[in-house]
Write a protein that binds this ligand. Structure first.
Ligand SMILES: [Zn+2]
Length: 106
């Protein structure tokens, strides 16, 4: 008699609530292709999810172009999107450099 039990893992992936319309820049390839996902890995026995690996799902920023996934805790700019509603974040390029005014041609 030979029994063969299949064990493995299954990862549930879905868009994170509140971030469905949020697209951010991928820090790996630089494209504006980063989406916020909820990923939850479960231990499966005979293809049936039995025990979750972690208590809570991971919140990650995923890129469909380069398949780069990054924990959302490293992306404070993404978390700022929630609750802000519409509007692009303001980019601060620093104070304008002083130009002219010092040269006098006499
Ligand atoms: Zn990417």
């Amino acid at each position: 008699m030979f029994f063969f039990f299949t064990c493995g893992t299954h990862i549930f992936t879905s868009r994170l609530k509140g971030y469905e319309n949020v697209t951010v820049q991928c820090q790996n390839c630089g494209n504006m292709s980063g989406r916020v996902y909820k990923r939850w890995e479960w231990f499966t026995f005979c293809f049936i999810p039995i025990v979750p690996f972690s208590f809570k799902p991971w919140r990650e920023v995923g890129c469909h172009i380069c398949n780069f996934y990054q924990d959302i805790k490293y992306r404070p700019d993404v978390q700022n999107h929630l609750g802000q509603g519409q509007g692009l974040p303001m980019h601060n390029y620093g104070p304008p450099s002083g130009h002219g005014g010092q040269h006098q041609f006499k």
